[in-house]
Design a protein around this ligand. Structure first.
Ligand code: ADP
Ligand code: ZN
Ligand code: ZN
Length: 717
C-alpha cells in the first residue's frame, strides 16, 4: 500500500490522504472513488500530500479509473481558478466532474445493417416483413433494441435474422463510409480572409494570442471564426465555441451542420444522463472536435484543444452569479493561456475591458467594417416621450404605432423590446397605497396574466392572483402599475387586431424554438419580448424595432449601467435590416440627450467608448482599477451586523486597497436573509486575493453567516 492525496469533488479547500495498492501506477489527475463520511465520493489524485498520517490509519481508495485522468494543463487551470475566484479547490473540481457517472464506461451498442442479397433465402413472416421494411432504403444502421422498437417485433425475431445473416454487424470502418452531409463554404471577402489568417497563424504556432473580431451585426464575424475552426480541424485540434446563453446554441448548431457537414457536440445542463456521459467521453477521447455551449463547457475534459471562441464576449450572462462566482469570458482566456492556444472574442459592442486591452496592445483587433452584401446598418431614431400625450395604460407612442402599421402594410416584421417579464411590475392598492411585496425579499410581486400569478422575480415566491388588499382588505382596489411585456402584448393586440403576434421571455422559453423559427419563416408579424430576443437571431423580414423604455437599464446605477444599456440597445437594433430591406429602430426615451441615446442615434460607438473609459479612469474603476465585493448574509440581522463590525475592525491596513462598508446591500433582504456588503477598490496590479487571505482567515465566522467573495463584481444589488 502507498499513500496518495485525493482532491474530492465537493465543498472542500484541500486534498485528503488515502491509501492505494502498490499495483497501481497513480498519476496526478487520475480519477478515484473513495470513502468519505459514510459516502462514496469521486475525486482525483492530487499532487501535494499535506497530512502526516501512518498508512495503516488511512482509508483505502475504493476504485481507481486508469483510463480517466485530467491533464496537467487542466490541473493548473483548476488551481488558478480556485485562487483567482477565491473559492475552494474541491468546488472547482466539481465543475469538471459534476457527476460521477460521467466516467463510467460506455458499452456502445452493436448496430446492424441489412444484407439485401440474403433476404430471398428466408421465409417471410409478418414480423420479418416489418423488419425488412425498416431497412428498405439500405443505408440504415440500427441497434438490436432499436429494431425491436421501431418494427415492433420480439427479441428472437431480430436474433434469428442475425443468425440467418440477413442482418449483420456494422464495424466502425463501415460507419465512416456511410453518406455524409456535404459542407457548404462561402467565399470570404478580403477583410474576412485577413482576419481569419491572423487567427490560423496563431493556431499553427500554438501560441496564446487574444483576438477580438469587431464588426457590426451581419458583417460576417461568424464566418471568420468558422474559417479558423476549419484550420483547427485540419490540425486535428478541438475547438470550443462559448455562447452567452443556451437559447443561442440551436441556431448555431444548424449553421455548423450545413457549413461543416457534421454536427457539433452541444453541451448544456438539460442533457439526459446518457447523452451527457457520451459527449463528455467523446470530448475526453478526442472524438468530438467541435463543442458549443454556455459557461459550463469551459469545464469539459478536452484532449487537445486548439481554439476557443467567445461569441458576444461583452454579454453579462458570462458572469456566473449563482454558486461559484466567476466570469466565463475571463476564465476562458486563462484556460487558453494554460493551453497555449488562441482565443477569439467576438462582438459588435465589445466590453470596455476588451476595448482597453486593445488600446494597450494586449489583444489584436480584427475589424470587419461592413455588412455583407447590400445590407445597410439600421437607422436608429429616438422618440421623445415628453412630447407624447399621456394616455392611461398606453405605452406605445403614436409614432411607433404608425411605423408598425406601415411595416405591416409592407408585409414585413416588427419587434418590440421591453426588458421586463410579466404583466405589471407593481400592484398598488388605491385605497391605502400599499404595494404588494415579497414576504422574504425587498422586492415587489410582479403580476403575470398569461399564467395567472403574482411572482417575486428575486426568489421565485409565488401566490395566486388576489382580489383584495392584503393590508387594508379593501375589495377590488388593486391596480396594476407600469408595463411588462404581457401588458404590451394586450396593447399591441388592441391596436393591430389582425396581426399575428407572439410574446417571448424566459417565462415561455420552452416555446422559444418554435417562436423563433416562426419568426424566421415570416409566420409572425409582431414579436414582443425581453432580452431573450435581443441576441444573435437573424430574422430576414424584420425591418422595424421599437424599444418601449430605452431608459430602463440606466436607472440601476451600477458602474456598467451605461455600457450595458448601450450594448443591449445596439444589439436589439442590430436585429433589423439584416438582408436587402433597410431597417429602422426606435428608442422611446424621456432623456434623448443622454450620452447613451445620443451615441446610438448618431452611430458614434468609438465616441461613446472613449467618454465612458474616461469616466472610469477618472474614478479608478474597472477596467482601470479592480474591484471585489464581500457579501455577507444571515437570517439574524443583529448577529450579522455584529460580525460585519468585527470584520471591519480586523481589516488589515494597506495603502493599495480601499475598503468601503459594511453597508446594507441595496437588496437588503433576499429569501429571508439580511445582506450586507463590503466593496474593495484597488489598482489593477494589486493582489486582492492575498489581501483577502490576510483578512478573512483571521476571524472565526459563525456558521449561520454566509460569506461570499465576488472578484470583479458585475452586480451590486
Ligand atoms: P455576424 O456574425 O457578424 O453577425 P455572419 O457571419 O452571421 O455575421 O454573417 C451574416 C450573414 O452574411 C450570414 O447570413 C452569412 O451566411 C452571410 N455571409 C457572411 N460572410 C459571407 C460571405 N463572404 N459571402 C456571402 N455571405 C456571407
Ligand atoms: Zn390597501
Ligand atoms: Zn422574494
Amino acid at each position: 500500500m502507498k499513500k496518495v492525496s485525493v482532491l474530492l469533488a465537493m465543498n472542500t479547500p484541500r486534498a485528503y490522504d488515502y491509501s492505494i495498492s502498490d499495483d497501481f501506477e497513480v498519476k496526478p489527475g487520475s480519477f478515484v472513488k473513495v470513502p468519505f463520511q459514510n459516502r462514496e465520493l469521486i475525486g482525483i489524485i492530487w499532487d501535494e500530500s499535506l497530512e502526516d498520517i501512518e498508512n495503516s490509519k488511512l482509508k483505502e481508495v475504493i476504485e481507481y479509473y486508469p483510463s480517466y485522468k485530467l491533464s496537467n494543463t487542466i490541473l493548473n487551470f483548476i488551481k488558478f481558478f480556485s485562487r483567482y475566484n477565491y473559492t475552494f479547490l474541491g468546488r472547482v473540481l466539481k465543475l469538471f466532474i459534476p457527476q460521477a457517472y460521467l466516467i463510467e464506461e460506455i458499452k456502445a451498442p452493436v448496430k446492424y445493417r441489412i444484407n439485401k442479397e440474403n433476404t430471398d433465402k428466408i421465409k417471410i413472416t409478418n414480423p420479418r416483413k416489418a423488419v425488412l421494411k425498416l431497412f428498405e432504403d439500405g443505408n440504415k444502421i440500427l441497434s438490436h433494441s432499436a429494431i425491436m422498437e421501431k418494427a415492433n417485433v420480439s427479441y428472437s425475431v431480430v436474433k434469428k435474422l442475425i443468425e440467418e445473416n440477413v442482418l449483420s454487424e456494422v464495424s466502425s470502418v463501415d460507419l465512416e463510409i456511410l453518406p455524409k452531409l456535404i459542407p457548404k463554404k462561402l467565399n470570404l471577402n478580403k477583410d474576412q480572409l485577413s482576419a481569419a489568417k491572423s487567427i490560423t497563424n496563431s493556431i499553427y504556432n500554438k501560441s496564446f494570442e487574444r483576438f477580438l473580431i469587431d464588426g457590426v451585426t451581419g458583417s460576417g464575424k461568424t464566418e471568420v471564426y468558422f474559417e479558423a475552426i476549419e484550420e483547427a480541424l485540419k490540425e486535428n485540434k478541438q475547438s470550443l465555441i462559448l455562447l452567452p446563453e443556451i437559447s443561442l446554441t440551436e441556431a448555431l448548431f444548424d449553421r455548423i451542420r450545413s457549413r461543416f457537414g457534421f454536427e457539433p457536440s452541444m453541451w448544456h445542463s438539460d442533457l439526459p444522463k446518457k447523452k451527457r456521459r457520451e459527449i463528455w467521453q467523446d470530448i475526453y477521447h478526442g472524438n468530438s472536435k467541435l463543442v458549443i455551449g454556455a459557461r459550463s463547457s469551459l469545464f469539459l475534459p478536452f484532449k487537445n484543444l486548439g481554439l476557443i471562441v467567445i461569441d458576444e464576449e461583452h454579454d453579462h450572462s458570462y458572469k456566473q452569479q449563482e454558486g461559484i462566482i466567476y466570469h466565463a469570458r475571463d476564465m476562458a482566456i486563462s484556460l487558453a493561456s494554460f493551453e497555449k492556444i488562441p482565443v477569439v472574442m467576438v462582438s459588435a459592442t465589445p466590453s470596455l475591458e476588451t476595448v482597453l486591452n486593445i488600446k494597450e496592445g494586449k489583444y489584436k483587433e480584427l475589424i470587419l467594417p461592413e455588412r455583407i452584401g447590400n445590407a445597410i446598418l439600421p437607422q436608429i431614431d429616438f422618440i421623445d416621450m415628453r412630447d407624447e400625450e399621456y394616455i392611461k395604460n398606453q405605452w406605445l407612442s403614436e409614432k411607433l404605432k404608425s411605423e408598425i402599421k406601415e411595416t405591416l402594410l409592407r408585409r414585413e416584421q416588427s419587434l418590440i423590446f421591453l426588458n421586463r417579464r410579466g404583466y405589471a411590475p407593481i400592484t398598488l392598492c388605491k385605497t391605502c397605497g400599499h404595494r404588494l411585496e415579497c414576504p422574504k425579499c425587498d422586492s415587489y410581486l410582479v403580476e403575470h396574466k398569461f399564467n395567472p400569478k403574482l411572482v417575486c422575480h428575486q426568489c421565485g415566491f409565488t401566490i395566486k392572483p388576489i382580489n383584495s388588499c392584503s393590508e387594508c382588505d379593501s375589495e377590488n382596489s388593486l391596480i396594476a402599475c407600469g408595463p411588462g411585456i404581457e401588458r404590451i402584448t394586450d396593447e399591441v393586440l388592441k391596436a393591430f387586431p389582425d396581426a399575428r403576434v407572439a410574446t417571448l421571455s424566459s417565462d415561455n422559453s420552452k416555446d422559444s424554438h418554435k417562436i423563433l423559427q416562426d419568426m424566421r419563416k415570416g409566420l409572425i408579424d409582431i414579436l414582443i419580448g425581453t432580452q431573450i430576443i435581443s441576441k444573435g437571431h437573424h430574422f430576414p423580414l424584420l425591418t422595424c424595432v421599437g424599444v418601449i423604455d430605452a431608459d430602463l437599464g440606466m436607472a440601476n446605477g451600477d458602474l456598467r449601467a451605461a455600457e450595458r444599456t448601450y450594448q443591449l440597445l445596439h444589439q436589439v437594433s442590430g436585429r433589423t435590416g439584416r438582408e436587402k430591406r433597410p431597417g429602422k429602430s426606435f428608442l422611446q426615451t424621456y432623456f434623448p440627450a443622454h450620452p447613451v441615446i445620443k451615441s446610438l442615434v448618431e452611430g458614434e460607438k468609438e465616441k461613446f467608448q472613449e467618454a465612458e473609459l474616461k469616466t472610469r479612469e477618472n474614478n479608478n474603476l474597472p477596467p482601470y482599477g479592480r474591484l471585489a465585493s464581500i457579501i455577507l448574509s444571515d437570517t439574524n440581522s443583529f448577529k450579522l451586523i455584529e460580525y460585519c463590525n468585527q470584520l471591519k475592525k480586523s481589516m488589515p491596513k494597506s495603502d493599495q486597497i480601499i475598503v468601503l462598508g459594511p453597508v446594507p446591500a441595496p437588496m437588503t433582504k433576499v429569501r429571508g436573509r439580511t445582506r450586507y456588503r463590503f466593496l474593495l477598490k484597488a489598482g489593477k496590479e494589486t493582489n486582492i486575493q492575498k489581501y483577502l487571505d490576510f483578512w478573512l482567515n483571521n476571524l472565526k465566522k459563525p456558521s449561520s453567516i454566509r460569506l461570499t467573495v465576488d472578484i470583479d463584481p458585475y452586480y451590486f444589488l
